[in-house]
Ligand binder design. Structure first.
Ligand SMILES: [Zn+2]
Ligand SMILES: [Zn+2]
Length: 432
């Protein structure tokens, strides 16, 4: 069976339907209720009968209806990825401060250690994030010659462009640090690359040695010092990013939090093999890859983080309430360094379902197509809890009548409430 790219979402689900059981059998690591639940949710995503829904209905003319299937919000789900990314951008942009210069730094794990990371993910990932922040503090302090604390927004990603396991940290770091003793902000023009590499190697290997205390790890750590004499690969984005906070967050989101393989990238599935493509950072070209279906499943599932794991964390001055206080000092110091740091930060509010729908279709989903007025929430149904909200029931119990009485003393919403309830001929709906 060969599929057209437009059906990718269905194909993605189909691959899981056909092979998830077999896959678990071969890779028992994934044979747990957590993973099963995740796959189940993903398979039901968008299907109102399976995952639940919110139903809207026009409370004015009684004709317009709209039903929204709940989303699974699972990290495995390609359908929910866009919402996830949008929320992420909003969260990060809210943490960036005007007049503060940030840099984007990438800290990687060498090939020799990736398998250990994969096997010990549960224990290693949190210390991994922490040691990224510690490393940068160390570098800043070393350059300055006295203790400095920077501010860091740390995001962990476990996959490379093609979906293979390749854990690394994306760090949005301040361009310097807080000198606690002198109570001043120290701006650093640049991060010396060779120093950063060596420091990162030391911090990462020390963390690993202390976290996974086995002979095998000790052997790997030693091998890493011998093999990577220049330190580990780090990447500092050239230049500052003073005025482009919004685009920085958006740009980061694109490859930091996007799923390993985006929807439109699956090209072909014949029941045994999957062909997909991705854009390679190295070659800047679109690369095509055909893998066995279990390899494909493995590449998708291995990037699911342990339940409750925080992928974005804040360290140093960025994490504390003191940031609000020292922010002015930072801004003043940076303004002296390079004139006024211009550019307003745009805080990006997370979009509601209604806004997203409107953005992609140009149509307001909650406007009644018959009378053009706004529809109201009618019913919420959940597969486990059943009907959670029922407007018709509420009306029968006299919801509006009692509210009207309550609203009466201050006179506020009286007319609107009467209009809403008065205009609804309940018996016409016949929903039950
Ligand atoms: Zn979903
Ligand atoms: Zn209507």
């Amino acid at each position: 069976m060969i599929v057209a790219p437009s059906q990718d979402w269905n194909v993605f689900q189909q691959i899981f339907v056909e092979h998830w059981d077999g896959f678990k059998h071969v890779y028992p690591r994934y044979n747990t209720p957590d993973y099963d639940g995740l796959v189940d949710k993903m398979l039901g995503c968008g299907n109102p009968e399976k995952i639940g829904y919110r139903a809207y209905r026009c409370l004015h003319c009684g004709q317009g209806t709209h039903r929204v299937a709940m989303s699974c919000k699972s990290s495995l789900c390609l359908r929910c990825a866009k919402v996830y990314v949008d929320n992420w951008v909003s969260q990060v942009s809210r943490m960036l401060h005007e007049g503060v210069i940030y840099r984007h730094i990438v800290l990687t794990v060498p090939a020799l250690l990736r398998q250990t990371f994969y096997q010990q993910a549960q224990d290693v990932l949190s210390p991994f994030m922490r040691c990224g922040a510690r490393c940068l503090d160390d570098v800043f302090s070393h350059v300055r010659g006295k203790p400095l604390t920077g501010g860091y927004i740390m995001v962990i990603q476990t996959h490379g462009r093609n979906g293979q396991y390749n854990p690394h940290l994306h760090c949005i770091a301040t361009s310097g640090g807080w000198d606690q003793e002198a109570q001043q902000w120290v701006h650093l023009d640049y991060v010396p690359y060779p120093l950063l590499r060596k420091k990162w190697q030391w911090h990462l290997l020390t963390m690993l040695r202390q976290t996974v205390k086995t002979k095998e790890t000790q052997r790997l750590v030693d091998a890493c010092y011998r093999r990577y004499r220049e330190g580990f690969v780090t990447n500092v984005q050239k230049g500052d990013v003073p005025s482009r906070y919004q685009s920085l967050a958006t740009y980061l989101a694109k490859y930091v939090v996007s799923p390993p393989i985006s929807l439109r990238r699956i090209e072909r599935y014949d029941g045994h093999r999957v062909t997909y493509h991705y854009r390679s950072h190295k070659s800047e070209h679109v690369e095509r890859e055909t893998v066995a279906v279990y390899t494909f499943l493995g590449r998708m599932i291995q990037h699911v983080f342990p339940k409750g794991f925080q992928r974005i964390r804040y360290y140093g001055v960025q994490a504390t309430k003191t940031f609000a206080t020292i922010k002015r000092v930072i801004q003043a110091a940076l303004a002296k360094v390079q004139g006024i740091v211009k550019g307003a930060i745009k805080i990006i509010a997370p979009l509601t379902y209604r806004q997203r729908y409107q953005q992609s279709t140009g149509r307001d989903p909650l406007r009644c197509p018959h009378c053009q007025r706004e529809m109201g929430l009618w019913r919420i149904w959940h597969p486990t809890y059943g009907v959670i909200y029922d407007e018709l029931e509420a009306m029968r119990r006299g919801k509006y009548a009692s509210q009207e009485t309550r609203a009466a003393p201050d006179g506020g919403d009286r007319r609107a409430l009467r209009a809403a309830s008065g205009g609804v001929p309940l018996s016409l709906f016949g929903l039950r």
